[in-house]
Design a protein around this ligand. Structure first.
Ligand code: NI
Ligand code: MN
Length: 226
């Protein structure tokens, strides 16, 4: 039983288990750092944390081409279902067992409008119970103290933004690792554009020095096996 997490740049990951191939926040076209094109991924499910273009990304064309089901908040699912995607709408605090494992939508302090300005519901993160592992994908968010509660789930891998300006920056990301107490912390949402440029190595070193977690710095195309 393995859970393979492949980084595609920004906040996009493939998460592969024996049961299913998940794709999270598929911002691929328009992202020069991405290692794959939208027509090269074949997910069974697509998880979308919020409607901003750098997260919703290519979710609609990928869902329509592959038949993958999009899991997101109710508003984003309605928007995508109206445009021909298969969806499963949820909302924050709600969990659901799928054939591949359990998904719970978590709090994220952020916005969620679509690129055209229309309302995209509340942004979220995801707690994922896959095989015998617990994963937490924070989405775009500020630091919040309730991460301590999520940490009580016994997180194996946490994926956390460090870019600052729109989300947590380096200092708060280290604090988030203290709250979540994951075995491994994967850093995301940095260096895609100048405004979120960060010295990720320095953040990883701070995590290693101040917390019990092992930081993982992935380049697009690299993977981590949980
Ligand atoms: Ni955003
Ligand atoms: Mn973002």
């Amino acid at each position: 039983m393995t859970v393979r997490i492949i980084y595609h740049g920004h906040s996009c990951f493939s998460i592969q288990t024996d049961q299913a191939n998940l794709l999270v926040d598929p911002f691929l076209s328009g992202n020069e750092a991405a290692d794959v094109r939208p027509d090269e991924v074949n997910p069974d499910f697509i998880l979308v944390s919020h409607a901003h273009g750098d997260h919703l990304g290519d979710a609609l064309p990928i869902a329509k081409r592959t038949g993958a089901t999009v899991i997101s908040n109710y508003e984003i699912c309605n928007y995508l279902a109206d445009r021909g995607a298969k969806t499963h709408g949820m909302h924050i605090g709600g969990a659901r067992q799928f054939p591949f494992g359990t998904v719970k939508l978590t709090i994220a302090h952020h916005g969620s409008s679509f690129p055209d300005g229309s309302y995209g519901g509340n942004p979220c993160g995801f707690l994922l119970w896959l095989e015998d592992k617990v994963l937490y994908f924070a989405g775009d968010t500020a630091l919040f103290y309730d991460m301590t509660l999520y940490g009580e789930e016994g997180i194996d891998v946490a994926m956390l933004p460090i870019g600052d300006n729109y989300t947590m920056g380096p200092k708060d990301a280290v604090k988030a690792v203290e709250f979540l107490q994951p075995k491994t912390a994967i850093l995301m949402h940095y260096d895609t554009f100048d405004l979120i440029a960060q010295d990720a190595r320095q953040v990883a070193d701070a995590i290693a020095a101040k917390t019990s977690a092992r930081p993982a710095l992935l380049k697009p195309g690299e993977s981590f096996v949980a």
